[in-house]
Design a protein around this ligand. Sequence first.
Ligand code: AMP
Length: 418
Amino acid sequence: MFKAPRGTADTLPGEQPYWRYIEDRALEICRLYGYSRISTPAFEEAGLFQRSVGEGTDIVSKEMYIFKDRSDNEMALRPEGTAPVCRAYLEHGMDNLAQPVKLFYFADIFRYERPQAGRYRQHHQFGCEAIGDQSPVLDAEVIHMALSFFSALGLTDISLQVNSIGCKECRPRHLQKLIEHYAPLKEQLCADCRVRLEKNPLRLLDCKKTACQSVADLAPRSADYLCQECGQHFGSLQGYLTALGIKFVLNHRLVRGLDYYTKTVFEIQPADGGSQSALGGGGRYDDLIAMIGGKPVPGIGFAAGLERIVLNLKTQGVNVPPAERPAIFIACIGVDARIEAYRLSAALRAEGIPLVMSSGERSLKAQLRHANAAGVKYAAIIGGDEMEAGTVMLRNMQTGEQQETRPEELVAMLKAGE
Ligand code: AMP
């Protein structure tokens, strides 16, 4: 027996109302904030991610699904959504449009991680990118948009964490201080952190291991080493958030795992969640487009994990609208009646009425059992008598009452939602 690959999941019909609910809220938020939808391929040249997300990051060095295609090109399944959108922005000359260009996407994301609750090898993200404007107003707007999305979902028990990791001017100074702080304590660190100390010191700060956390808590803070421009940007952002009444926590250990981030980074957590449970996160990436071959264009974005949202909708007890049920079941008795049942089904569907049509292969009793299982309020039964009279027998599945009805009356009744 084949099974879905480890770390992937089938989303069965019973789960779909949650996904539909999330997608509807996302579409509504994007309409309000003026974002247009973009879809990019599920795989890209691996170099796109190596150059932007960074060779030293976990995502590229350990988690990327990388493969040679049959023409020997090195490709990667999309391990994140921002670099592909920026690639499309450049490829399609969107820098010639009015800036910022605001784009959103739903994308499946592939990372070879150790599967656990809320952590998959293929997961789904809703993401937004505002490209071409460096103002901190936009940072505040993107954060506001993310919070509005969670609030529209009914997920109110959440917290916002914010940090600034500076830019390529000021970050080296902070990194130097970090290395000076960590180097004498190297022996206390986990094996991963010893590698991070060499390859990606910023990531030392968000290690989840207890021993490393106490070292991280006392580590030099990026916000204390910002250059004048980054400092002003961070100050303005906090001013806008405060003016909008948005509560936030400054978290100096929030660095996020991708090299392309500059200045603002943020994450949204469920109030009771640990550090592994972020619902969404984002940040500014003013160097990304230059990293992938364009002129420097600033940008800021946000992405939320849909599986994590479903999990939280369930734990926070949010009711989502159920899937639409068929309005009626069409049953028939005998071979000739099948054609009539098919005609009636076609006529009702043409009127926009959802229904289940029985193939008529089974007894009427079995067909009505099927109708019950389908959860319909009515069944229309067509047999020899009804065919002769040009009517159907309309059965109320709750009461068992039956009544001969003309097809046009049936249409009118179902369209009225009775
Ligand atoms: P990231 O691109 O790592 O910032 O992830 C954005 C959001 O996607 C996170 O806040 C999570 O909600 C979700 N996410 C990230 N990785 C996974 C994963 N492996 N499985 C499920 N959801 C994930």
